[in-house]
Ligand binder design. Structure first.
Ligand SMILES: [Zn+2]
Ligand SMILES: [Zn+2]
Length: 213
């Protein structure tokens, strides 16, 4: 099996989790043996999030999507952003806040769960008032955590260990953009995302009554 950062291998990861007997868990209770917490930090693209969310729903998987209110790449307050949020919930997923420190815009759009974007070590794991921090104990500890930052698994792709049931439980953080767009390197993947964004921006301009003739 080739450990690419693409939709085929994401499907294989979900299948591996099923083989390993894991159940999809959320940040609404402390992790227990057999739990797989699928976490997605949505840094760049709501469309990528929706692509992955649909794939997961088809596979019978439930995830928590952490969305930003202060992203420079997408606007959650736009009609498009509101539709994306509603669609994630329709597909059975949960929505948490991907916050930029120290701003916590934790309103009724979100479940009471927060993941900081690009956190500094000082506050990364600090508990919060009225919400779970996805990186606080016991939701996070290094032996029960894998992430795909910049198309790099620090401890290797977890598909084998998942299939073998080798994690007691796992928080698996993946970034939808990395998987939804093709590319053998992070740069290629980002360029593919920007190409898709350009098409989308043209459609947005037309919808905004800009004359493109
Ligand atoms: Zn793999
Ligand atoms: Zn982030």
């Amino acid at each position: 099996m080739k450990c690419g950062f693409d939709l085929d291998h994401y499907r294989e990861l979900l299948a591996a989790a099923k083989t390993g007997g894991y159940r999809f868990a959320l940040f609404d209770r402390e992790p227990a043996a057999g739990d797989l917490l699928l976490r997605h930090d949505v840094d760049l693209s709501l469309d990528a999030a929706l692509t992955l969310a649909g794939l997961e729903a088809e596979a019978g998987a439930t995830a928590t999507y952490f969305l930003m209110t202060r992203s420079v790449f997408y606007n959650l307050a736009s009609p498009e952003g509101e539709r994306a949020l509603a669609r994630l919930r329709e597909l059975g997923h949960r929505v948490g806040l991907h916050a930029v420190h120290p701003q916590l815009d934790l309103d009724e759009r979100f479940d009471p769960v927060v993941a900081w974007h690009n956190p500094d070590p000082e506050f990364m794991r600090e508990p919060l008032d009225g919400a779970v921090n996805a990186m606080q104990a016991p939701y996070f500890d290094p032996d029960h955590y894998r992430s795909d930052s910049n198309q790099h698994w620090r401890s290797g792709c977890p598909h084998e260990e998942l299939a073998a049931g080798r994690f007691e439980w796992l928080q698996l953080l993946t970034h939808p953009e990395i998987w939804a767009y093709p590319g053998a390197t992070m740069r290629e993947t980002m360029l593919a995302m920007l190409d898709a964004e350009r098409e989308r921006d043209l459609a947005r301009l037309a919808e905004d009554r800009i004359d493109l003739t």
